[in-house]
Design a protein around this ligand. Structure first.
Ligand SMILES: *Cc1c(COP(=O)(O)O)cnc(C)c1O
Length: 321
């Protein structure tokens, strides 16, 4: 659509966009802001909405990791012009591959309908038997991104269980958080005070620099994975150095990106780099089990940390891995 993405840095403890980082990159050319509610927390929405309101920018909330998170009683995804939700295989509402977008704007709704259904929208009334429910509006040229009824059926079946799963995951998260102060150098990911319901997608633990001696977060994650038999991992590489952001590999973007790349990524992203290197993540399904599971997690953290202490005292050439 001719828009150039400009990356903003994030809070080093939460990985979420902040109002300060947003202000640092907003220019007279900025039109819209995408904020991600990451892992097991939410971006500071009040501050961000204040900036987008002041600057007259459209806010798009990426709630792909926060289905059901509430901010002061209101669902995230309803603070911006559009809220988007991935319903991919790993998400807390999972349909293999799927997604949803919500808005309270009639215009944006109609436009998104056409974008996802080959320029078609719905009929005014329910279609008659055997009749087509899509009518050709054609004011915006779209493509076919429609969710199939089979996929919708899978999601509808999960929906009634989601609230109870959130409650259980939050309880398990609190159990881990109750044990973390006993393990030096570890802390929970901060959650803004207005969040009155947290939806955990990936449960995250902050690692103070040096908490595991010389071991990197990747080595610590590998050791925890071996202890627990379930995957513990650091965050994916931040976008400014992710191999997935490669517009120049597409002929139609190559020339444009050679000019836009400097504006998009040409600065330091110390918050994102810190988050990547000092966070341990676990998939939300780990928090759907028994109380004993959280004790196993705390025991494994303690064991790996104690081992790192020993290594720091008596370094071996092989290191922690
Ligand atoms: C999973 C995810 C996406 C991508 O979702 P798809 O359904 O694979 O397109 C986008 N944003 C965030 C924050 C995600 O977690």
């Amino acid at each position: 659509m001719g828009a150039s993405p400009v990356l903003a840095d994030v809070d080093p403890d939460t990985g979420c966009l902040t109002a300060d980082e947003l202000r640092a990159v907003v220019s007279s050319r900025t039109r819209a802001v995408i904020v991600v509610h990451l892992a097991c927390t939410a971006a500071e929405l009040d501050d961000i909405v204040a900036v987008t309101g002041q600057e007259g920018l459209a806010l798009i909330e990426d709630c792909s990791q926060a289905h059901g998170t509430r901010w002061a009683g209101r669902a995230v995804g309803t603070f911006g012009a559009i809220g988007v939700f991935s319903l991919g295989a790993a998400k807390s509402l999972a349909a293999g591959e799927a997604g949803a977008a919500i808005t309270d704007s009639r215009d944006l709704y109609e436009r998104m309908l056409m974008l996802r259904a080959d320029s078609r929208g719905y009929t005014e009334d329910a279609p008659g038997s055997g009749e087509y429910e899509l009518v050709e509006h054609g004011t915006v040229m779209g493509a076919n991104y429609c969710m199939s009824e089979l996929t919708a059926g899978l999601l509808l079946d999960q929906l009634p269980r989601l609230d109870d799963q959130h409650t259980l995951r939050e309880q398990r998260a609190k159990e881990i958080e109750a044990g973390l102060p006993d393990i030096p150098g570890l802390a929970p990911i901060p959650v803004p005070a207005p969040v009155d319901r947290r939806a955990v997608y990936e449960y995250g633990i902050r690692v103070r620099p040096g908490a595991f001696g010389p071991a990197t977060v990747d080595q610590v994650a590998a050791a925890l994975t071996a202890e627990l038999g379930t995957r513990v991992y650091p965050p994916r590489d931040p976008l400014h150095r992710s191999v997935l952001l490669r517009p120049q590999t597409k002929p139609r973007f190559a020339q444009w990106w050679s000019e836009a790349a400097e504006r998009a990524t040409g600065r330091a992203f110390t918050g994102a780099d810190h988050y990547r290197d000092h966070t341990l993540l676990m998939h939300h399904s780990v928090l759907l089990g028994e109380r004993g599971d959280t004790e196993d997690i705390l025991t494994a953290l303690d064991k790996v940390r104690a081992h790192a202490d020993q290594l720091a005292a008596h370094p071996e050439p092989k290191g922690l891995a």
